[in-house]
Design a protein around this ligand. Structure first.
Ligand SMILES: *Cc1c(COP(=O)(O)O)cnc(C)c1O
Length: 343
C-alpha cells in the first residue's frame, strides 16, 4: 500500500498549522491571559477545546475506537470537504464514487476543482467492485462509498467492498450515516487493520441531532492528524461539545428511536405496498424508502399541495420514477398514507 504521506498533497504535508493559544498550553492553570479573551461572561468567554477531548473520549467508548482515531466536524459535510482538500490536488487528481449516491461528494469535489468520476451501480443498486476499480487510475486519490447508500437505501455487499479496500491504493471513504438503522456491523471494526480507510458517521440521523451539526470521521492517527491540521481550529463550539456529550449519555433512547423507526419502516412498506400505483419498494437498511411509481413528478407535486414533503429522486441516475420517503413518526406516516390513498 502507498504510504499515507505519499498520498497527501505537498502543501498539506509541509503545512505549518495555526497554533492556537489553547493547544500550545497543556496542563492545569488558573489564570488564562493567553488568548485575548474577555474575563467576563463565563463560560462563553473562553475558546473551545480545539480537539474536543472530553467529547471524543465518550464517543471512543461507544464506538470502541481510540479518541485519537476520531475527527469531529460541522456535520459530515466538513470531513467530506477536508478529505478532498487534504489529498486531492485541484486540476490534477480525481475522485471515483458510486452513482447514484449522496450529492455532497460531487459538490465538494466541484468546489475544489477536482475531477469526480461517477461509476454506476448495477441496476439493482448492488456494487460492482471491478467496475469501480477500473475507473481509477494513477491520479485517483479518493474513492467514495456510502453504505447504506443514499438515496437507494441498501447496504453495499461486504465482499465487493472488501475487494475495493484490498484493491485500491488510495483513500477509501466509507460513509455510514445510516449505519444505526442497518442489519450489518460498521466497518469501524476493521479500522485498525485498514490505514487507508476513513469511516464517516453523523449525529444527524439516528441520534436526532441534525440541527446541531456534528459529524464524525474515524481513521488512523496519521489521517486524523492531517484533519486536525487543516480544519478550523475551533470548528466545534463549546455549546455543541457539551450538548452532544450529554446526549451520548442517552444511548438507550437513541436505540429506542431506531427500534421505533424500523417498526414504522416495516409498516410503511406494508401500507405503500398495497397502493395501486406503487410499482416497487426497494429494500432499505436506512430510515427511508425508495419507491418507484409511474409518475414521480406528479405524485411529488400533489403531495406538496397537501402539505406533505418527500424527496423527488426522479432525475437521479438509475432512479427514474423514484421517490425517497423518510420514515417519520407514526402520525406522520399515517398522514402520508392517507394523502396517497386520496390521489
Ligand atoms: C444525511 C447524510 C449525511 C449527514 O450529513 P451531516 O452533514 O452530518 O448532517 C452524510 N452522508 C449521507 C450519505 C447522508 O445521507
Amino acid at each position: 500500500m502507498t504510504a499515507i504521506s505519499k498520498l497527501v498533497r505537498d502543501n498539506i504535508l509541509h503545512l505549518k498549522p495555526y497554533s492556537c493559544a489553547r493547544s500550545e498550553y497543556r496542563g492545569e492553570a488558573s489564570v488564562f491571559l493567553d488568548a485575548n479573551e474577555n474575563p467576563m461572561n463565563a463560560p462563553y468567554n473562553r475558546y473551545p477545546d480545539p480537539l474536543q477531548e472530553e467529547l471524543k473520549k465518550k464517543i471512543a467508548g461507544i464506538k470502541n475506537v481510540r479518541p485519537s482515531q476520531i475527527m469531529l466536524g460541522v456535520g459530515s459535510d466538513e470531513p467530506i470537504d477536508l478529505v478532498i482538500r487534504i489529498f486531492c490536488e485541484p486540476g490534477e487528481n480525481n475522485i471515483v464514487a458510486i452513482d447514484p449516491t449522496y450529492g455532497m461528494y460531487q459538490v465538494c469535489a466541484d468546489i475544489n476543482n477536482v475531477e469526480y468520476r461517477k461509476v454506476l451501480l448495477n441496476r439493482d443498486y448492488t456494487l460492482d467492485a471491478e467496475r469501480l476499480l477500473n475507473a481509477t487510475d494513477g491520479r485517483t486519490k479518493l474513492l467514495f462509498l456510502c453504505s447504506p447508500n443514499n438515496p437507494t437505501g441498501n447496504l453495499l455487499n461486504r465482499n465487493e467492498i472488501r475487494k475495493i479496500l484490498n484493491g485500491f491504493d488510495g483513500i477509501i471513504v466509507m460513509d455510514e450515516a445510516y449505519i444505526d438503522f442497518s442489519s450489518e456491523p460498521s466497518w469501524l471494526e476493521e479500522l485498525d487493520e485498514r490505514p487507508n480507510m476513513v469511516v464517516m458517521q453523523t449525529f444527524s440521523k439516528a441520534w436526532g441531532l441534525a440541527s446541531v451539526r456534528c459529524g464524525m470521521a474515524f481513521a488512523s492517527e496519521e489521517i486524523t492528524g492531517f484533519f486536525n491540521r487543516v480544519k478550523y481550529p475551533y470548528n466545534i463550539n463549546t455549546l455543541t461539545q457539551k450538548f452532544v456529550a450529554e446526549q451520548l449519555d442517552h444511548e438507550d433512547r437513541k436505540d429506542r428511536w431506531v427500534k421505533m423507526l424500523l417498526e414504522q419502516r416495516g409498516l410503511l412498506v406494508e401500507k405503500l405496498g398495497v397502493l395501486p400505483f406503487v410499482e416497487r419498494i426497494y429494500p432499505s437498511d436506512a430510515n427511508f424508502l425508495l419507491v418507484k411509481v409511474p409518475d414521480a413528478d406528479e405524485i411529488y407535486h400533489k403531495l406538496v399541495d397537501r402539505g406533505v414533503i418527500i424527496r423527488n429522486r426522479n432525475a437521479i441516475s438509475l432512479c427514474l420514477g423514484c421517490l425517497r420517503i423518510t420514515v417519520g413518526a407514526a402520525e406522520e406516516n399515517e398522514i402520508l398514507i392517507n394523502e396517497l390513498k386520496q390521489l
